[in-house]
Design a binder for this molecule. Sequence first.
Ligand SMILES: [Zn+2]
Length: 932
Amino acid sequence: MNVLFKRSPALLAAGLLACTAMACGDATDTSPDESSTPAQADQALEAVAAPAPLSIGERGNLDELSRLIADADVRALNEALPALYATRGPVQLVTQGPIIDYADAREPVYIRHPNSPDLHLMIAAGAEIQLKLRDTSGRLHEIAHVLEEVEGGLAELRILATDLPAAGTLLLGTADTDLEALGDDVFALAVLDEPMSCEGAERECASGDLACMIQAHSSCITSSFDALPALHEDASPAELITSYIADRSVFGALRVDSFDENRGTVTLQLSNRVRPERAVMILEDGSQKPLEFEQTGDFTVRVNAPEEGFGPDTLIALQAPGGGIEDTGVVIAPIFGWSFPDKTWQVSGCLKFQNQAELSATTTEEILHDIDVRVATSVDGFFFRPWAATRTNANGCFNAKKKFTGMFAGAKRRIRIQYRLKDGDFAAWNTFSADGILRQGYSVIKKTHKLAHAPSGHTMGWMLIAPGQPDALGDADHRRRAVAFDAMRRIDQVSGAQNDWLRFHGPVFFNYPVPFNKVGIVPPNPANVLAPINPFPIAHRVFLSEDSWTFETAVHEIAHAWHYKHKSGNIPNVVTSLIDGWNTHNCQEDTNVAFLEGFAEYFAHEALCGAIFDSGACSESEQHYYESPLSLHGLYQDYDNTCASESQPPLNSPYRVIRHDDGVTHGLKLLTANNFYRRNFTSSGQTANVHSSINLPAECYWGTTDYDFWDLLWAFKADPDKGFGDHFSIAPGNDLVDFMQRFAAIHDTHAHFLNQRLPFLNPLHGSNPSQSCFKRCTQPAVMADGQLQSATPANNHCEVIGAPSWVDVSVSERNWFTETSPICPVGTWDTENCHVLTPHPDVSPFIWQGHLYTTALPGGVCPDGWFDEENCQIAQPVPGHQPFIWDGKLYFTAQYSCPIGEKINDDLCLIGTTPPGTTAAVTGNNMLSYFE
Ligand SMILES: [Zn+2]
């Protein structure tokens, strides 16, 4: 039985996410389910609607539904719901609102409750709709709502929870439809008032046994919902049962008006004028003791405390005639009679998780450093109060303290350790869970029995999230979330070590497990699920369901988030793509959708196989699949036989290859595969592996430059100098070949680079790279004056032109350089300037109108220069050289010139630049050359 009570802060509100629009599902990336094609639509629809489509007229009777709703007859409603939700009308997707885990059902029943989430539905943009609520008496109500167009040809319809006026059936249909006919064009949603209570929980108790009744209701409240204690972590112990009873009691709310410690009396204030016939003290252990009492006014009762005073968690109950729970009033006894020393409680511990073999070649234990930790304690074992949050340090350890005062300070406590996978841009938990909704993403990972206060504190030691560990520590969901969270931080860190631009630079929120089947999606636009309950900022969200979990799939989804953070443009066609088969891994997709998926898969393969993770997935038989492009045969068949399973022809042309995710993954690997020229694309196996003994004829060009994963990621970046003003766009029309050309341009690849690779997008291309000869040294160098200078093949390089023997040539990447030489038309080069004269000690140097002078000796004698009737002139101005005096000496600045080439600064002359994809060299006899 489930229970709700009115003053609970939040309850069983859960968002529903359906795996449909705004997404790219890929649950079946590498492990196709043979039955997936015909069943896929239904499986995906299951998230929104029940599976079996029914014809009109089978969808139930609205009056009958109304009765079930009015009665909150959940069992019968559950049976009626499949028919009700067999069609969706204009609704494409329910993104938030209906309840999950409601009475073990996942049908979209919406619970009307003060803390229910708002209802969000996606409908086709531009659709004219009508929206009404038919209450249980059959009246139709207009429903206030907001309709806002969003990306992807959809509009979001938002209904505030507070705008649903009554329980009933929410009906949404096209503008001219008869909503109450429940036709195929009508979406219907049952809106229930919170239907459950603990009515009758006390029926096992003897009449008048107050302790039994209160305990029965307490345990009903707390056991009905596992999540419930979390709701009340901020509540005082026992406060909830008192407010629960206050809502039902003939006394109304009871409160302590005053107490007299000396006399040992407590005056209670009643809300209603009811005369109690009994007063009882109820202790935490369930024992009870009658109390003497006296009615002192219409609304006041004075109770005598026992001699020892009231203990912890003691309740005072009043009972009116009748003996039921509703005849009872309860209040927490005030504490008096003792003084209690403050107690500081201290809890420490460390967290780590066991990774999965796909993350590193061996299964190791990884520290959960820099994550949130919260300790919560409870005196009564039901209601846990959280302490201030803390963080694990670099060693995965935390130490939390809290000072308690008052009577309970030294009482024994149960301790719970909660952790939250949140650090900087990354977070991982399950939005659609009690932890996600009620604990701000914290999960309880360890619980203790009651522990006495210990001055030195309590240590939990190492808490290892791993199979076989007790309780939550052994839960696979916790481990997988830790693995995915850790993966995001590693990808970010390793990317950043390559180049800061490659980092995520924004939040990513990994939701696992999404409570549906075959979901693996990352919407292109960031959003905040269940704001403001969800404490993580607006983030790109990954949604993955339990049945879709593999480490590779997790990385694939994270790769989508990476892509969206390094993209330009939008992808309006992903929705239609999804609706056509409910995933984006069909045999033939739009080219931009195929690119999206092929890239994510490429990213996962590369990341697993060395670029980021030293994964066990790449160590053995899988190695070739992850690390190699496909063979032509493997490409033709497509690796996972998607086309065959859709009764489509195989991939028999480049046109079809770039519309297939595996085709795109293959194409991207062509760019970054090492030993490209040695690979065997004509193999009868699936992949083009490196051939160990292949003959590469010496007259042909075999590039020596290998590009890697990071080079490929870099090609997404805008490069205005190369003509790419924006990051690579995900918009329709952008395909694999566009990306390959962009890659070549951004990396200045050799002229033959793409020509050698593009043929391998054609599954019917019948030969290997080693069988096509592209002549060496066909590309000219560009000399500094702009002239092209052709090259001729030499032994292992290309010779362009000889430099004079006295020129000292240096090289850097694709450039030949030489140093500039200083020129001193007057004076001599002193390694910095042109030194003209160190004057005779008895004369003084000066500069006049650009001329260098010294004064003359008496009698007009000039030790240097010539006497001009007044002074000694040393030098006339030299254009382009500045005269100056330093340390009593006369100078001109020097000028610099290039022996060959063009001056690029005071020191360097550029001689020329070799073709793209080559490196400059100087070979024998000062020959300007390049290596290809
Ligand atoms: Zn995907």
